[in-house]
Design a protein around this ligand. Structure first.
Ligand code: CP
Ligand code: NVA
Length: 315
């Protein structure tokens, strides 16, 4: 069974084909109006969401299918009354495909291990692959061919979005520079750096991590940041994090170091005055709402690719 737990579960060719399909769905949505007819998506949420919930549910509606929102706080699984194993075996008897937003990456791996339908990671502590497919679609629209472009990421980097960006961009032939505080607590996980550097080596590009924000920003085509207060971070860490990450805030000076052609991205939700200034996110270089829209098209393509693979497998 093919799933999407992290981007490197897939090949660069499959990612490219998915982006092509996403672009086609966006261009000609009516051609896909029945593509999910009689199909049901289960959406499991352990954490909050605006984009992920709305884009997956709307995506199923637009393709003629149905989506079930399932909040684990009202589930036997969330109440500690049912194992992941039994949950996966049960939902596999009802639905065609599942997306899950969970705290622990090992939990989604366990679901996938016991499910007989495709599982999509809709954010775990380790990875957020759907976000990065939407981001790559957006970068392609704004900059054309992805190969050889440079993405610079700033801020909290021991982070799902950073990890998936490093892997996804390097698989797509892009250079990645991460600017973050020194030390393991806020830097990307070493295993992820290693995977991304392996892809970069194959593509002849670079993946670097530095505590020098200005150096990371040089000649970047894309400047990217994510929340300093991810969903799982306790509120009482705000002050400490503001002090730590302020040198990595995406502000007008950092955008100037990248250059006037650079686009600004944030997966959202965003806090103005924290990971970026209002001037940047609301300014002319920002593409954050195109990025948010593209979640819909990218995920529709992911679901079609996974259903296609599952159907071929059972044929
Ligand atoms: N970017 C993203 O995943 O947003 P939500 O948390 O609102 O789903
Ligand atoms: N890193 C963020 C991404 C939100 C979409 C979080 O985990 O909350």
């Amino acid at each position: 069974m093919r799933h999407l737990l992290t981007l490197d579960d897939w090949t660069p060719d499959l990612i490219e084909a998915t982006l092509e399909l996403a672009a086609d769905i966006k261009r000609a949505p009516d051609q896909y109006a029945n593509a999910m007819q009689r199909r049901t998506l289960l959406m499991i949420f352990e954490k909050p969401s605006l984009r992920t919930r709305l884009s997956f549910e709307t995506g199923m509606t637009r393709m003629g299918g149905h989506a079930i929102y399932y909040d684990t706080s009202t589930s036997p699984m969330g109440a500690g009354k049912e194992t992941l194993h039994d949950t996966a075996k049960t939902f596999s008897r009802y639905v065609d495909i599942v997306m899950a937003r969970l705290f622990k990456h090992s939990d989604i791996e366990e679901l996938a291990q016991h499910a007989s339908v495709p599982i999509i990671n809709a954010l775990t502590d380790l990875a957020h692959p759907c976000q990065i497919l939407a981001d790559l679609l957006t970068i392609r629209e704004k900059k054309g061919d992805l190969r050889g472009l440079k993405l610079a990421y700033f801020g909290d980097s021991n982070n799902n979005v950073t990890h998936s960006l490093m892997i996804g961009c390097s698989m797509a032939g892009m250079n990645v520079a991460v600017g973050c505080p020194a030390g393991a607590e806020y830097a990307p996980q070493p295993e992820v750096v290693e995977i991304a550097q392996r892809w970069a080596k194959a593509a002849g590009t670079e993946v670097t991590v530095t505590s020098d924000a200005e150096e990371a920003a040089q000649a970047a085509d894309v400047v990217y940041t994510d929340s300093w207060m991810s969903y799982h971070i306790p509120k009482d860490q705000l002050q400490e994090r503001v002090e730590l990450f302020t040198p990595y805030q995406v502000n007008e000076a950092l955008m100037a170091a990248a250059g006037p052609e650079a686009i600004f991205m944030n997966c959202l939700p965003a806090m103005r005055g924290y990971e970026q200034t209002a001037g940047v996110i609301d300014g002319p270089q920002s593409v954050v709402f195109d990025q948010a829209e593209n979640r819909l098209h990218a995920q529709n393509a992911v679901m079609l690719k996974l259903i296609e693979a599952a159907t071929n497998q059972s044929a």
